[in-house]
Each structure stands twice: as structure tokens, then as C-alpha cells.
Design a protein around this ligand. Structure first.
Ligand code: SAM
Length: 381
């Protein structure tokens, strides 16, 4: 591979910054992309491909090729074309073989096996969540065929051998969503990882209830709740971040959903809806350790301190959330973490509050080629 020295130099600088600083890989890509104004589209693509791939395998490459710079190491590495082969061949501690921090390895060691690691260290697949209130999965697939976009239709997801209905399309080629005239303009879909679509798909039907999305953010789960329950049930999406809620409102309008509002999460909200909610979805702020395919920096930069902060925050959010659920109402707790402290330990915390566990699942990356999620559904007594 012939590589311009400037690009190689910038990739090495970006990697130095990435490993020493907890900025997200996306932030680092954007910083370097902005600073190198003369780069054309192809330069940016080369920079991105090298930076993301090398960052994913940073520790392994650094250990295996101590005499080479990381770009040279990577170019030699890709001849193997298989991360597992090289990692089998070296004598190194597991965190180096899996290219993560010692802390990340300690926390995940008993949670995921080798197969799972292979998937978590892969580049993430691109999924579209199809708005089946506006178009069927198969009709949308036909539109993609006409636009000559290679894809697969996914209508079921497997979790612990159970199957759940999903309306997703896996895109099997590089696509520039902003530049493509069909994709940039469509209200038929949203880009969303398959793992993120699974928890809501497992919920039972609900008759004319009040649903609250408690940590709604920009609305990934809210949009799925609207798809499943609107307009029969009312959805209120709430969060402490007003900007995210504004973004969510626009998204829901673009997709033509009704019987829906956003409200800022404050004391007055907590007072107003006490014991009134039939279904509360709590997609908790968490370490994101199940999303390292897309957020590579988390493998290196989650710390004991940041994990502990999340655990405390999750408990306070859980306590507020439980107060809103009415008797016989449901609470769905979700994380995109693989750490026990944020999952099973929080499940036990909720059980201490006298809720009954209805179901519990862990979505493994290797099951559906997705991010990894944990979720459990409770009924309030
Ligand atoms: C995992 S994200 C939510 C993602 C969103 N549900 C989705 O599917 O797109 C967690 C959200 O929790 C919110 N959050 C942080 N602290 C909170 C708190 N104390 N109470 C409620 N929400 C909080 C954050 O603003 C963030 O949007």
C-alpha cells in the first residue's frame, strides 16, 4: 500500500492523542479532518480507515511489532487478515491480546468469551431501523434494490435462543448517507444498531397506557416505542438534557408520530407522574462497554472512577423511576454494558425495592452481529 507521508504522520499523531486522552475516536477523527483542510475525500477515507483500525488493535500491534511504527505494524498485520490468528500466536497478557486496558479486561473477563471478543473487536455493521408504520420491510428493500444498495432484510433477532421481531436492514456496502439522494431524504428509516432495537421488541402489548421513556436522550428507544405503541398509548419522553429532547421532537415529527410529547426531567415532572405510569423504559447512562465496536476509546479509557460514578447515578435514577410506575405497571431497565456492576447488580438493587422480575436478557454481539445490551423487565407490586 502506497501511503502519503503526511497521512501516515497524521495517523500516528492521532493515535498518540487517542491512547493518551479519553476523547472519542469520532472526536479525534473530526479534529484531524478539520486541521488538514487540503485533504480530499480519498485522503480522509484513508486516514479514517487506518486510524480506526489501528486504534482498535493498538495494544496488540504495539506489543507484537515493538520495532515498527504503528502504521507499518498494521500494514504487516493485515496480511494475516484475522485478529484471532495473531493473538493466538503471541505470549501476552489477555488485555494485550484483546487490545484493551487491564481494567476493562478485569471487569469483562467473566462476562464474555473468546467468540464474543472477536465480535466486539470487529468493525460495527450498519443497520437501518425501518419505520414500518410508513412502509413494509420488503417494500423498503425493493427501494434499496432499485438504488442498487447491497443489503439484507432482518426481521428476527436471537437473544439467548429466543426470537424477537425486528424491522431492520443490514447495509452491506459503503454508503455515504448524506450524499445519497434517496437515503438522505427518507423518513422511512433511522440508522440504529440492531442490538439497540432488541429490548423494546420484547415488550408485551399494552392497551391505551401511559408510557415514559425516562432517559430518552435523542430518542432511539422513543422512536421504537412510538412504532410499537403509537397512537393507542401515549408516550412522554423525558431527559435532563433539553437539547437532546429538542432533537427527539424533530425526529418524531419527521417520522409522523402522534400522541407523543417531550418534557424536561425535573422535580415537577417527578411529582406530577408519581404512580401514574403503565410502562417506564429506563435506558440508563452507563459505561457503554458493550459498544466498543463503535466507541473504540472505551476499551482503553473506562476507569474504576468513571464506572463507580455511573453505578451511583444509575441507582439514583432507578429510585426516581420506580416512584413513577403505578401498581402492576412495568419497568424496563436497559444498559449497553457488559459489566455485572451495571447489569445484574442493578437488577438485584431493583429487586430489593419489591419489584418482581418478569424477564432478563443479555444480547451478545456474536448472536446478531450487533452491540451488546443487557435488559430486564419488572412488574411493580
Ligand atoms: C443511554 S443514554 C439514552 C439513549 C436513548 N435512550 C436512546 O435510545 O437514544 C442515557 C441518557 O440518560 C440521560 N441522563 C443522564 N443523567 C440523567 C439523570 N440523572 N436522569 C435522567 N436521565 C439522565 C442522558 O442525558 C442520556 O441522554
Amino acid at each position: 500500500m502506497k501511503l502519503h507521508p503526511n497521512i501516515k504522520n497524521q495517523v500516528l499523531k492521532a493515535l498518540d492523542l487517542a491512547i493518551s486522552n479519553p476523547l472519542s475516536s469520532e472526536e479525534i477523527y473530526l479534529k484531524f479532518s478539520k486541521e488538514n483542510k487540503k485533504w480530499g475525500a480519498r485522503d480522509r477515507k484513508t486516514f479514517a480507515a487506518l486510524f480506526y483500525d489501528i486504534y482498535r488493535y493498538y495494544k496488540l500491534l504495539d506489543f507484537r511489532y515493538p520495532d515498527k511504527d504503528l502504521v507499518e505494524a498494521y500494514l504487516e498485520f493485515i496480511e494475516y487478515n484475522d485478529f484471532s490468528k495473531i493473538s493466538e500466536q503471541i505470549e501476552a497478557s489477555p488485555n494485550i491480546k484483546h487490545s484493551c486496558s487491564e481494567f476493562f479486561w478485569d471487569k469483562s473477563e467473566n462476562q464474555i468469551n473468546e467468540k464474543e471478543w472477536l465480535f466486539l473487536n470487529k468493525k460495527a455493521a450498519i443497520y437501518l431501523n425501518i419505520n414500518t408504520n410508513l412502509i413494509s420491510l420488503l417494500d423498503f428493500s425493493d427501494l434499496l434494490k432499485q438504488a442498487k444498495i447491497a443489503h439484507e432484510v432482518i426481521d428476527m433477532a436471537t437473544v439467548s435462543q429466543d426470537k424477537f421481531p425486528i424491522s431492520a436492514i443490514k447495509i452491506n456496502q459503503r454508503v455515504n448517507f448524506q450524499a445519497d439522494p434517496f437515503l438522505s431524504n427518507s423518513s422511512y428509516f433511522e440508522i440504529q444498531d440492531l442490538g439497540s432495537q432488541i429490548p423494546i421488541s420484547t415488550l408485551p402489548e399494552l392497551q391505551n397506557g401511559l408510557i415514559v421513556d425516562f432517559c430518552a436522550g435523542q430518542g432511539g428507544k422513543s422512536i421504537q416505542l412510538l412504532k410499537k405503541f403509537s397512537p393507542k398509548s401515549k408516550l412522554i419522553s423525558t431527559d435532563i438534557d433539553e437539547q437532546k429532547l429538542n432533537h427527539l421532537s424533530l425526529r418524531a415529527q419527521r417520522l409522523n408520530f402522534t400522541n407523543f410529547e417531550t418534557k424536561i426531567l425535573d422535580q415537577s415532572f417527578l411529582d406530577t407522574y408519581q404512580n401514574k405510569v403503565d410502562l417506564l423504559v429506563l435506558d440508563a447512562p452507563c459505561s457503554g462497554s458493550g459498544t466498543i465496536r463503535r466507541q473504540i476509546s472505551l476499551k482503553y479509557h473506562i476507569t474504576k472512577h468513571s464506572l463507580e460514578k455511573n453505578i451511583i447515578l444509575q441507582r439514583s435514577i432507578i429510585e426516581n423511576a420506580i416512584n413513577l410506575v403505578k401498581s402492576e405497571g412495568l419497568l424496563l431497565y436497559i444498559t449497553c454494558s457488559i459489566f455485572t456492576e451495571e447489569n445484574q447488580a442493578q437488577r438485584d438493587f431493583i429487586l430489593e425495592k419489591k419489584l418482581v422480575l418478569v424477564s432478563e436478557y443479555q444480547v451478545f454481539s456474536s448472536e446478531n452481529d450487533s452491540d451488546s445490551f443487557y435488559f430486564c423487565l419488572f412488574r411493580k407490586k
